[in-house]
Ligand binder design. Sequence first.
Ligand SMILES: Cc1cc2nc3c(=O)[nH]c(=O)nc-3n(C[C@H](O)[C@H](O)[C@H](O)COP(=O)(O)OP(=O)(O)OC[C@H]3O[C@@H](n4cnc5c(N)ncnc54)[C@H](O)[C@@H]3O)c2cc1C
Length: 382
Amino acid sequence: MDFKLDKSHLLQQQLFRNFAETEIKPLAKEMDESEQYDLDLLAKMHKYGFFGIPYSKEYGGCGSDTLAYTLCMEEVSKVDASTGITISVHTSLCCSCINNFGTEEQKQKYLRPLIDGSKTGCFGLTETNAGSDVQGAQTVAVKDGDEWVLNGSKIFTTNSGFADTCVVFALTDRTVPAAKGLTAFIVDLKEMPGITVSENIERMGIRAASNCIVTYENVRVPADRVLGPVGKGFKIAMGALDCGRIGIAAQAVGIAQGALNEAIKYGKERKQFGKPINSFQNTQFKMAEMQTKIDAARLMTWRAAIAEDNHEAFGPLAAMAKLFASDVANEVTRFAVQAMGGYGYCREYPVERMMRDAKITEIYEGTSEVMKMVISGSMKLK
Ligand SMILES: Cc1cc2nc3c(=O)[nH]c(=O)nc-3n(C[C@H](O)[C@H](O)[C@H](O)COP(=O)(O)OP(=O)(O)OC[C@H]3O[C@@H](n4cnc5c(N)ncnc54)[C@H](O)[C@@H]3O)c2cc1C
């Protein structure tokens, strides 16, 4: 493994950084306060290919890789974590399922518009009684001729307020555990009768991201929209979450680096006891400690991304990266607020938003406790 980026990745990183600084950063505060994602920004990112980074040009993607995708996730999350999750759920959860399990026809029909910039995707797995434990799923799909009839409700479906396509999971066999009875379906949120999307769920952080309850009532889904084999939905969902965790780790690295950068900038200017606060050794040592942890989290994230790009087993590596990076994001953002004193606590400065945004990285796409289950499960402890 190489510990530095090659020319192509450095170039992509610079492009993502420039876009984040000029197009996303100026909107981040207003989007957080209004709890609305800016749809013009969404359209612009689609146009520039931000939603198809690791996917083949054959289907309209950028033909890049997971490592480049983590660079994008870090750069956008440095200035706005809501943008990070918007890209991440579309790319790693929705598109990865279709890319990895779709037939050629499904890829042409459903993946192409998602990665060529025409449509936005989401992923519906979580239900009120099925969070960490997918076994609690109650959404069902019953076969009726050439169609499946879908009934149930999914909570916390990110992007669903404006998304077109959703990969949704439903029980097609209730006589077996969900691990064997779940099936994945590709549905059109805006076009299929019987689908209702709630208002945005009010949240502590990533407030600009769209996150709603999606209800399915007698939704008729043609059989050619079944993704992968019937009964293999659990495997598809877990595979997507493995991919997704790399993106969340990168999001956490971005939030942490963004907050530390703000604290460094502030500490150069802010004077107390006649000196800039960055000249106190206590501040310098703390900054050094935070940067070291961020670098470690970044390297773990790149390691997981490179393993995925090399088609090696990456699930536990992704879980380690997410576990560590999300912890670092929370520690660093807390520090950044502290280092900026009362001003860090005010909404005028972005670190208070970053501290609120950091918390979710320990919860979604598997909580930190679930990450420890994945990691310990791979350690042959018994
Ligand atoms: C903003 C946001 C966006 C989201 N986006 C999506 C999305 O796009 N699609 C989607 O399908 N889902 C999404 N989710 C759902 C998210 O993945 C779940 O919230 C998460 O997996 C945890 O499930 P839960 O909230 O039901 O918590 P629970 O599973 O009820 O967990 C509660 C607590 O118990 C702990 N716990 C549970 N079981 C164990 C155990 N066996 N051992 C030790 N501790 C345990 C957990 O770690 C946690 O601390 C999103 C959630 C949020 C808040």
